[in-house]
Design a protein around this ligand. Structure first.
Ligand SMILES: *Cc1c(COP(=O)(O)O)cnc(C)c1O
Ligand code: SF4
Length: 353
């Protein structure tokens, strides 16, 4: 048993990831947009960078056509070279497994198509509304329930968000607006600032929440320009990150998380419980501890949404419950995420247990 409370020993994982990071960050002068443009899109390039042989038993070109590979360098830097089973690699590598058609796995498992009240506005839960600000992400997570989502029809940005803003302004019980996607932080500062300022100008909106993976997978997105305008927004700011494994939290990520914390952003994290990624008490406890070290509170641990193509990632609710119970015996209560699942038609995420 390793001494998990000794910070010099804790992140075996982080030590390893740092070894993989270049000593001189050659891309540190590239803008985040450029880094995104240069992200890995071809499995062959990715495998080569990771010293892995091009091996068709491990990845699928065909599945790439359906949902392409996408991963920025900052994320790829944290993958252990030569390891097919690396928990970060598993999240992005298109596998043959995704072609299996499995009963009970659907194309829109959370009923988003039905809940859409207007272009890009999802109003499923009381008091809060989710805006699909863009269909784009900086990374393609293979288990994502949005892999089949009809984004073309769900892009609130089409008319500069005018219709969505009218909806928000007219519904006085909306206290919190959640920017989601896709990933809202792939939008330019100009667009995002404009949208955020219009939202926070609505008197009944108290909180602005952003669901994003960019501070994790493309940390340079959180640059001084962003911090400057974001700090000035006139409402409470919440960022819900998406980290599944402690290895995703390198020194570059820690830096931007402390920048966000320093401008009074409440930082929360949601993860998905994924077979072969974080389905162990050790992985989950290291994740919670690393998050808290970075001032991020574990919020949700989601059971996989049963989306077609992601069945091989599933962990049963029974096993998930066991993992959470064991985690509770090891960690302080505030480090335990709520184990939840999304059930279409329900008024909130549903607790599992
Ligand atoms: C998950 C979700 C939310 C946020 O739910 P919280 O429990 O407040 O985190 C809001 N709207 C929609 C449509 C969602 O899917
Ligand atoms: S929406 Fe989130 S989980 Fe889905 S691909 Fe984008 S970053 Fe990954």
């Amino acid at each position: 048993m390793l001494n998990r409370y000794n910070p010099t020993k804790l992140p075996i994982i982080t030590e390893m990831s740092m070894k993989n990071q270049p000593l001189i960050k050659t891309d540190s002068k590239q803008s985040w947009q450029k880094q995104l443009a240069n992200a890995y899109r071809q499995p062959n390039d990715l495998l080569k960078a990771l010293d892995l042989p091009i091996d068709a038993t491990h990845f699928s070109e065909q599945i790439c056509q359906q949902f392409s590979l996408l991963a920025p360098q900052a994320y790829v830097d944290k993958i252990e070279k030569g390891n097919w089973h690396d928990p970060l690699l598993r999240q992005i590598l298109p596998l043959n497994d995704e072609m299996q058609i499995v009963d009970g796995f659907h194309f829109d498992p959370v009923g988003d198509a039905e809940a859409m009240v207007g272009e890009g506005v999802l109003h499923k839960y009381q008091g809060r509304v989710l805006l699909v600000t863009t269909g784009a992400c900086a990374i393609h997570c293979r288990y994502c329930f949005r892999r089949h989502f009809p984004y073309a029809d769900a892009n609130a940005a089409k008319d500069n968000w005018a219709k969505s803003l009218i909806y928000l302004a007219e519904n006085k019980r909306i206290e919190e607006v959640i920017l989601s996607g896709g990933d809202p932080l792939v939008l330019s500062d100009q667009k995002l600032q404009n949208l955020c300022e219009q939202i926070t100008a609505i008197p009944h909106v108290k909180r602005l929440r952003i669901h994003t993976r960019l501070p994790i997978v493309l940390p340079d997105r959180i640059n001084q320009d962003f911090l400057q305008w974001f700090e000035k927004l006139d409402c409470q700011k919440i960022i819900v990150l998406h980290v599944n494994h402690a290895q995703e939290l390198g020194v570059d990520v820690s830096k931007v998380l402390s920048d966000l914390f320093a401008i009074n952003t409440l930082l929360l994290n949601q993860s998905v419980l994924l077979r072969g990624v974080n389905d162990s008490v050790l992985a989950l406890s290291q994740l919670s501890e690393s998050l808290v070290e970075n001032q991020v509170m574990p919020y949700y641990l989601h059971l996989l949404d049963r989306v077609q193509g992601a069945a091989h990632f599933e962990v049963s609710s029974k096993e998930a419950t066991m993992l959470i119970r064991q985690l509770r015996q090891q960690l302080p209560g505030y480090m335990i995420p709520k184990l939840v699942q999304e059930i279409a038609g329900q008024p909130s995420k549903q607790p599992v247990e």
